[in-house]
Design a protein around this ligand. Structure first.
Ligand code: NAD
Length: 356
């Protein structure tokens, strides 16, 4: 059956990098990939056209689609707008409307780019880690929350960390299922020695792991996890954690690779439907110059093929093609180093298509 993909290019470099990922997806049509691409507006581009960063038509298209490919939103032009119509609202809106509770952030360092990291090459070369972050619960959403004034006139800020067993189980399942497609190891990160909520997190993960006897489960406190990520990141396969811990650890992990233009991400709902996007923003400083790195977006398309469209062979072909173009010495400006060949956004996309 034809799979529908909503393509939301967004702002800044969004249209340039998404065009290259679309090139790659279209190249598979002749090999039998049955997809239909529909294009919609989001972010500042949508605001300019319709007055809303997430027009009803885009939301409807996203709901009807099997998967969504997103570029990035935002830019200087819209920074002075009221917060309710800023481009970023479009992104948050689509995530919550589609109930995308599982955020998958791989940190993969191609050996060819080991010098791009601030860590020693031997510590990071070959790094291939997947962080699974709970995205719609925890302390970012827990009630009650606010800032109140106490009887003595002093102000107090407060938030609530709350997770139900059902929420922990559903993110746990995502992590265990992904581990089965990788090295079958899950490290659950919590602060069970201090926070009751994450004591329940640990207990629930342990109980759930009995359904996944083929996957090895370990637990780690978040402070140690932060340390281990920069000490010996290659020890991890899949890491699963709460919204806030995942927010922090995934940014840390992504920078191990040193190249923001290389990293894809996915946000999934309960049925495996997902939105796929590079982890970087709209890079307004380089927009329209045909110099942005499209590989994070191309690799997001590979994740889409693997996790939502269940086409691992096509996903493998994209990932190998990316490795091949790096072997050929092709580099966009952000990952360029002496002795390599500098290419534009479009030339990089063409090279990946040629290497498929
Ligand atoms: P950014 O990720 O857009 O850019 C940070 C730096 O990395 C810039 O120097 C940029 O040129 C560079 N960069 C980013 N992607 C690149 C690529 N593919 N190739 C080469 N270089 C690349 O972050 P920022 O500058 O903090 O934010 C710019 C805008 O993007 C803001 O409006 C912000 O709100 C928005 N933003 C959107 C998303 C999203 O859509 N998911 C995420 C983060 C930021």
């Amino acid at each position: 059956m034809t799979k529908k993909i909503a393509v939301l290019a967004g702002d800044g470099i969004g249209p340039e990098i998404v065009a290259e990922a679309v090139k790659v997806l279209k190249a598979f049509k002749q090999d039998g990939l049955d997809i239909e691409l529909e294009h919609g507006l989001i972010g500042g581009a949508a605001y300019d056209e319709t007055g809303s960063p997430l027009p009803e038509a885009t939301l409807e298209m996203a709901k009807q689609a099997d998967a969504i490919l997103l570029g990035a939103v935002g830019g200087y032009k819209w920074e002075s707008l009221d917060i309710s119509v800023r481009p970023e609202k479009g992104l948050l809106g689509i995530r919550s409307q589609l109930n995308l509770f599982a955020n998958l952030r791989p940190a993969l360092l191609y050996p060819q780019l080991a010098d791009a990291s601030t860590l020693k090459p031997e510590v990071v070369a070959g790094l291939d880690l997947m962080i699974v972050r709970e995205l719609t619960g925890g302390i970012y959403f827990g009630q009650p929350r606010g800032i109140r004034t106490l009887e003595n006139g002093e102000k107090e800020g407060y938030n609530t960390l709350v997770y139900r067993e059902s929420e922990i189980n559903r993110i746990g399942r995502v992590a265990f299922d992904i581990a089965r497609k990788r090295q079958s190891r899950v490290c659950s990160v919590d602060k069970a020695n201090v926070l009751e909520c994450t004591e329940l997190w640990r207990e629930t993960m342990t109980t759930l792991s009995k359904e996944y006897a083929d996957v090895e489960l370990s637990h780690m406190y978040v402070d140690n996890a932060a340390m281990q990520l920069v000490r010996a990141p290659k020890q991890f396969d899949v890491m699963v954690t709460t919204n806030m811990f995942g927010d922090i650890l995934s940014d840390c992990a992504s920078m191990l690779t040193g190249s923001i233009g290389m990293l894809p991400s996915a946000s999934l709902d309960e049925n495996g439907k997902g939105m796929y996007e590079p982890i970087h923003g709209s890079a307004p400083d380089i927009a329209g110059q045909n110099i942005a790195n499209p590989l994070a977006t191309i690799l997001s398309a590979a994740m889409m093929l693997r996790y939502t469209l269940d086409q691992p062979d096509f996903a493998d072909r994209i990932e190998s093609a990316v490795s091949k173009v790096l072997d050929q010495g092709l580099r966009t400006a952000d990952i360029f180093s002496a002795g390599m060949t500098r290419v534009s956004t479009a030339e990089m996309g063409d090279a990946v298509v040629a290497a498929l």
